[in-house]
Ligand binder design. Structure first.
Ligand code: SF4
Length: 347
């Protein structure tokens, strides 16, 4: 059976975070016109709290390279790049080179200074082409105009691993989950892709006995869910971070998310460059204007240029709506402002 048919039948979705159907992406690159085609494996894994690609590269490198080789054959691609972060290159490249053998696959080490945005797919293309590392305007999408304007297939490490399994008829609708935070058994686990957050925490003996909430899909951009919202599958890059209610002060958590985004913003667009800066600044004021705070978040959601800016409101708004509104006012103390004022602004 043709690999595309097999991938479609398996219902494979991308595991970089966006869950885009893999067959649709492969088909689009196959159909796109171009004298040359490229394949890129994104092994940059920059989201805090997500470590599954590292685990896969360490334990199943032959499956990852196998998936890339299948993509090269299918697309008759000129070359594939493994866009890899510095640490993973140091740890895994020796072994990967042996498996690559004579296949047209090269490493491109993600520049350290590019930060989180260096893992965004269009910034990644700019980095490989030697251009300034910032997101590109889309469309056109990489499927039709990627590396040097040629059709380019970009998939994540776990996706190529899954393609290998599909080709070998070994795919079992499973995915890797990274568990971190205030729990005993942190690490990377393999379970069916439809398991709920609750089931995964129980199965790994990580279900807390203390009041808690979780963040799924990354410790920076992931959505925050209360302990009564766990009967749903894990979204995004497949991570669960557990937070003890006793340990984390709302103010510090919001500051830590904003610090991350402030540090990682590439500065290309105003809503993110200025907006995140102002949001972080407001967190240090004795009486933040929560209405303005909420409007700056909405601005980011609606007009930021790329995914990094768009996701800034996700952890903050979901934390406020799913956790903070249900907490006793005495536990909040967000610069001593009353809970009612804050929550009304975020409606
Ligand atoms: S939202 Fe704008 S400033 Fe922020 S990372 Fe994206 S392009 Fe850069």
């Amino acid at each position: 059976m043709d690999i595309l048919v097999k991938i479609k039948k398996a219902g494979l979705v991308g595991r970089g975070g966006a869950s885009f159907p893999v067959a649709d992406k492969w088909k689009a690159v196959k159909k796109a016109k171009g004298a040359k085609k490229y394949v890129v494996c994104n092994a940059s894994e920059g989201e805090p709290g997500v470590a599954k690609d590292s685990y896969i590269l360490e334990n199943f490198p032959e499956k990852v390279i196998g998936g890339i080789k299948i993509a090269i054959d299918f697309l008759k691609a000129k070359k594939a790049y493994i866009y890899i972060n510095h640490n993973y290159h140091k740890k895994f490249s020796k072994n990967l080179i042996k498996i690559i053998d004579k296949a047209p696959i090269e490493f491109f080490i993600k520049p350290i200074e590019s930060g989180y945005i260096g893992g965004e797919e269009s910034s990644m293309l700019n980095a490989i082409e030697g251009k300034r590392i910032e997101p590109r305007l889309r469309p056109p999408f990489p499927q039709t105009s990627g590396l040097w304007g040629c059709p380019t297939l970009i998939n994540n490490v776990e996706t190529f691993y899954n393609v290998s399994l599909v080709a070998l008829n070994q795919y079992k609708k499973e995915r890797f989950y990274t568990i971190s935070g205030d729990c005993l058994w942190t690490g990377v686990f393999l379970f069916p892709d439809n398991w709920t957050i609750e089931k995964i925490l129980k199965e790994t003996k990580n279900y807390p006995r203390f009041p808690f909430f979780v963040q799924v899909g990354g410790e920076a951009s992931g959505e925050v869910l209360g302990s009564r919202q766990l009967r749903q599958p894990v979204s995004g890059a497949g991570s669960i971070t557990v937070y003890s209610m006793m340990k984390h002060k709302p103010e510090n958590l919001i500051k830590s998310w904003l610090d991350f985004f402030l540090n990682e913003s590439c500065g290309k667009c105003t809503p993110c460059r200025e907006g995140v800066y102002r949001l972080r600044e407001m967190m240090d004021l004795p009486n933040p204007d929560w209405q303005l705070f909420s409007e700056l978040l909405t601005n980011l959601e609606e007009i930021a240029f790329c995914g990094l800016g768009i996701v800034v409101p996700v952890p903050i708004k979901s934390y406020l709506n799913n956790v903070l509104v249900k907490m006793p006012a005495s536990k909040i103390n967000l610069r001593k402002l009353d809970k009612k004022t804050i929550c009304e602004c975020f409606r």
